[in-house]
Design a binder for this molecule. Structure first.
Ligand code: HAM
Length: 416
């Protein structure tokens, strides 16, 4: 048997409804705030992600599905949406539009990660990006919109962590300071952290080793090293969030796996999820458009994993799709009746009814059983070209009528 590839899954009909609910909330919440939907291609030039997401990130080093297009160019299935949206902004000259440009997307992404609950190789993100605006209001607005979306979906146990990375220059100086601090405490650190001091000193904040934790409690924090401008921007974002009542925790150790971030950084997690607790996150990327060849243009955005939202949200009670009418025939051998049934089902749908034709040729008895199972309101049993019996499945009453009268009768919807 051929199975779906590891880390991928089928979206079966019963799950489509919950996705539709999420799409509806995203459309409503983001649409009302003036965000417009954008969709970019499923694959892009590999260079876009190497430059945009960052050569040193796990995503670019280990997780990209890259392939040769047959003409010597390397393409990659998109692992994330921010770099593609910025590419589209530059490519379509969106800087000429009224700024900022506010966009959202709901697309599938691909990462060659080890699959587990909440982590897939093809997954979906709902994301929003605001390009062309550097004000703290933009940061706070985006965070509030994601909070609203998670709330509308009923995501349980959410926690919002917030930090600021400042500008790359501040971060460079801070990194040197942190490396020097770690070197000075080398003997107290775990082997793993000691081995990665140069490579990724920030990771030491995530360590569960008691010795390392004790060292890190006294380590310098980036949040205390921000430039006055960055500190003021961050304080403003926080006061806006305070004013709206969105609860957050400052987390100076927050790290996200993408290199483009500057200033504000945030992440929502849910304790209803297991190890993969990140529901959605994002941040500012004021240098990215320039890195991709555009004019210096600030940007900020977030993305949230659709599967994780659905895992962390309660299952709504599922109501079967409404069926107004099932059309079947009294005599399976009657060609005339089959023709008339076919026409009635089509006309009924054109009249706005949810009408199904009995397609299998099953006996009348089992067609009525089937009508019960799909909870059809009425069954039209077509006798010949212009005679039918209409059965009300709620009351059990039935009525003989002309074939042409079936649809008006169902539309009237009264008990027979
Ligand atoms: P990210 O944190 O890599 O950010 O992904 C955002 C969300 O996508 C995660 O919080 C998680 O819910 C979901 N996600 C990521 N990887 C997987 C996976 N393998 N399986 C299932 N869900 C996953 C970004 O992608 C940035 N582009 C966000 C952003 C937008 N920053 C600025 N603008």
């Amino acid at each position: 048997m051929i199975q779906a590839p590891k880390g991928t899954y089928d979206v079966l009909p019963q799950e489509v409804e919950r996705r539709r609910v999420l799409t509806g909330h995203a459309e409503r919440i983001l649409g009302a705030a003036g965000y417009q939907r954008i969709e970019t291609p499923a694959f892009e030039a590999t260079e876009l992600f190497a430059r945009g997401v960052g050569e040193a990130t796990d995503i670019v080093q280990k997780e990209m599905y890259s392939f040769d297009d047959g003409g010597g160019r390397s393409l990659t299935l998109r692992p994330e949406g921010t770099a593609p949206v910025c590419r589209a902004y530059i490519e379509h000259g969106m800087h000429k539009l009224p700024q900022p440009v506010k966009l959202w997307y709901l697309s599938s992404f691909f990462r060659a990660e080890n699959p587990q609950r909440g982590r897939y190789r093809q997954f979906w993100q709902v994301g929003a990006e605001v390009i062309g605006c550097a004000t703290p209001e933009t940061d706070a607005e985006l965070i509030v919109l994601l909070a609203e979306l998670l709330e509308a979906m009923g995501v349980r146990g959410t926690r919002l962590r917030l930090a600021s990375l400042g500008q790359p220059e501040t971060r460079g100086a801070y990194r040197d300071e942190l490396v020097a601090y770690l070197r000075a405490h080398e003997s107290e650190l775990s082997d793993e952290v000691r081995g990665r001091i140069e490579l990724n000193p920030m990771r030491a904040f995530d360590s569960s080793d008691p010795g390392t934790r004790a060292v890190m409690a006294g380590a310098p924090k980036l949040l205390d090293r921000l430039s006055p401008d960055d500190a003021e921007h961050f304080a403003h974002v926080r006061s806006l969030l305070d004013a709206t009542g969105v609860v957050y925790e400052l987390d100076p150790t927050l790290v996200r796996g993408l290199d483009y971030y500057t200033r504000t950084l945030f992440e929502f997690s849910s304790d209803a999820l297991g190890a993969q607790s990140g529901v959605g996150g994002g941040g500012r990327y004021d240098r990215l458009i320039e890195q991709l060849g555009g004019q210096p243009t600030p940007g900020i955005g977030w993305a949230a994993g659709l599967e994780r939202i659905l895992l962390a949200a309660p299952e709504p009670p599922t109501a079967p799709d409404a069926v107004d009418l099932l059309v079947t025939v009294a005599d399976r051998e009657s060609r005339e009746a089959h023709l008339a049934a076919f026409v009635i089902a089509r006309e009924a749908r054109r009249a706005g009814l949810a009408a199904q034709l009995e397609l299998t040729g099953r006996s009348l008895k089992s067609a009525l059983k089937h009508a019960d199972r799909i909870q059809a309101r009425y069954v039209a049993i077509v006798n010949d070209r212009d005679q039918a019996t209409l059965k009300d499945m709620t009351s059990g009453e039935q009525k003989e009528l002309g074939a042409a009268a079936v649809i008006p009768e169902v539309l009237r919807g009264d008990r027979l």
